[in-house]
Design a protein around this ligand. Structure first.
Ligand SMILES: [Zn+2]
Length: 330
């Protein structure tokens, strides 16, 4: 019998006070390390001190996150291999630890402080190098520990950005189908189904439920399974299409006006449905959901581009990377 082997994290915990239980979670999974090092920011450490198992760490390293030069500056610190890294923070801190762990061949656990994108489990890290954002292929984490109480306290805007990043899977999958028919790209239906189902699950929720335990659980599952769809595909294809290219183009062309990744991809997805795919039904249902959950207000508040700027964004998005999307057929 032939089958494919998929590597998944050993640990996946989503519950209240999960971070405090780090040691018992490791023990239950028969894992032990000489040292555990916490990477986080000073602000998050101060804010969530009571939720962090401070006594278990042999060192706490405060970082800003999100840039390669900072990874280089702390690189030589832990070169022996019986060390477990814990990344506690948002996308920039987790992406920092992903790259750091790749450079030193160390294992890491993601502990998200918010859910603004699928960085918690995606095999990609986006960091700034010489002032420009770049994507790096990285190893998947040993585990993901999502403490619901911590995530419930994160800003609503972060949760909404997470919703945007998850829902953008639907646009990415449309592009994958286009790439299959126009460019003979091979589609992975396991990956496609996981990506679509996780994105659609979030449409059931409203703004009033954003801090509920159930919503946080579903968003965490969605973003992690979205990461799994990328691991299965061995590519970011199922979660990154033209809307991601447009978001990356904004980061590059208008860095001072860039906002959260999840909000940018949600905006780009709306733009694409209305103006490029010209799919009125998809646009209306998306707009209706974004309004219901409060994401549209964030988009309106953060993103305004003139027609000329939009042309530049689309032209740049087309050449951002070699990926066939709807932008290739306009
Ligand atoms: Zn994304």
């Amino acid at each position: 019998m032939f089958s494919r082997i998929i590597k998944i994290p050993i640990i996946f915990e989503v519950k209240k006070k999960a971070f405090k239980e780090l040691d018992s979670i490791l023990k239950a999974n028969h894992l032990s390390y000489e040292e555990k090092i916490l990477f986080t920011s000073q602000e998050l450490f101060d804010l969530y001190k009571t939720y962090i198992p401070v006594e278990t760490f042999s060192d706490v390293i405060f970082i800003k996150g999100g840039n390669v030069e900072e990874v280089e500056s702390v690189k030589s610190k832990y070169e022996h291999h019986n060390v477990l890294l814990i990344a506690f923070g948002g996308g920039s801190i987790i992406d920092f630890v992903k790259l750091y762990s790749r450079e030193l061949c160390l294992q890491y656990i993601s502990v998200p402080s918010s859910l603004s994108n699928d960085a918690i489990y995606s095999p990609i890290a986006r960091l700034t190098k010489n002032g420009k954002k770049e994507s790096f292929g990285v190893l998947e984490p040993l585990g993901i520990i999502a403490d619901i109480e911590i995530i419930q306290k994160s800003p609503l805007k972060m949760l909404l950005a997470g919703v945007g990043d998850l829902v953008s899977n639907l646009s990415a999958i449309k592009d994958w189908y286009l790439a299959e028919s126009y460019d003979s790209e091979v589609l992975d239906i396991f990956s496609v189904s996981l990506s679509i189902v996780t994105a659609k699950a979030i449409f059931a929720y409203t703004r009033e439920q954003l801090r509920s335990e159930e919503f946080v659980e579903v968003l965490t599952y969605g973003l992690v399974l979205s990461g799994l769809s990328m691991i299965i595909a061995n590519s970011s294809r199922p979660a990154s299409g033209a809307e991601h290219l447009m978001s990356h183009a904004i980061d590059e062309l208008f860095p001072d006006r860039a906002t959260l990744h999840g909000i940018q991809v949600a905006w780009a997805m709306l733009y694409i449905e209305k103006n490029i795919r010209k799919n009125d039904d998809a646009y209306e249902s998306l707009l209706c959901f974004f309004e219901k959950i409060g994401l549209y207000a964030e988009i309106e508040n953060d993103i305004q581009f003139s027609e000329t700027e939009l042309k530049r964004i689309i032209a740049k998005a087309k050449i951002m990377r070699k990926r066939f999307t709807v932008l290739n057929i306009i």
